[in-house]
Ligand binder design. Sequence first.
Ligand SMILES: Nc1ncnc2c1ncn2[C@@H]1O[C@H](COP(=O)(O)OP(=O)(O)OP(=O)(O)O)[C@@H](O)[C@H]1O
Length: 273
Amino acid sequence: MQEYEEVKEKMKFNHEEVKKKFMEGIDQLAKRMKKVKTKLAVMSGKGGVGKSTVAGLLAVHYGKKGYKTGIMDCDFWGSSIPKIFGVENKRPVVREDGIEPVHTDKWGIAVMSIQFFLPSPESPLAWRGPLVSGVIRDMLAKTEWGELDYLIFDLPPGTGDVPLTVLQEVRPNGVILVATPQELTATIVEKSLKLAQELNTAIVGLVENMSYYECPQCGHKEYLFGKGRAAEMASKYRIDFFLELPIDPALTRLCDSGKIELYEIDPFEFFLI
Ligand SMILES: Nc1ncnc2c1ncn2[C@@H]1O[C@H](COP(=O)(O)OP(=O)(O)OP(=O)(O)O)[C@@H](O)[C@H]1O
């Protein structure tokens, strides 16, 4: 009986302790984020539209120009940032004052991902949204990015716990939406757009990925899936930067081989943030 009472006592949920830890985490996160000049979140309502590729290209755009750049992979279930940057076998250094992210070979972009803490890239992550949000918050509170000019957040698809946590707690300077020409995607992307608007986050760019294919011989642009609704959305919501990103097999190859940093085209050349 005494044993039972002891166990019961140990299992008592200490609300005050949990609340204190939570608030400490929020404070720490705010402190770290203060050292980052510009934070941009890449979002899409739909999965598989090329969100991580776009986030990667944006980080390369800044890294190549000499800005101190970081990329935070928040897409825990479909994590692909370490792979496309070829750093999946590196490991962050865990120190008492924080975790040092890994750096890419070519442009020295700082990368953080849950992937680094899993036994192997194939290990499944059977975690529910609220738990993942807690882990994201914790990782952001503990990652020592140092002074950064740009930090890019690759958010998971949808408008669930993780995008909400990042938009509310990190308060990015802007969101870049990624769509594809299909009508279904446009409708779902509009949901992300509305979520960002509700949270007073500026939409600073809209990318229609896999928009067309350009013939390497004659330069003809073939809109394989027809003209999508993204251009219309960009003008309806007065989004300053609209980009049609073509299907480029060279880009697929570089992403697959972990060499996105070697992509010679800079689709964000005219992005002015
Ligand atoms: N413009 C493009 N041209 C050629 N291949 C592309 C292009 N954009 C993306 N891809 C390829 O499409 C695949 C999916 O891209 P990516 O992983 O970026 O999508 P995602 O939206 O982040 O997916 P998820 O929702 O699963 O995280 C990758 O193999 C990538 O290399």
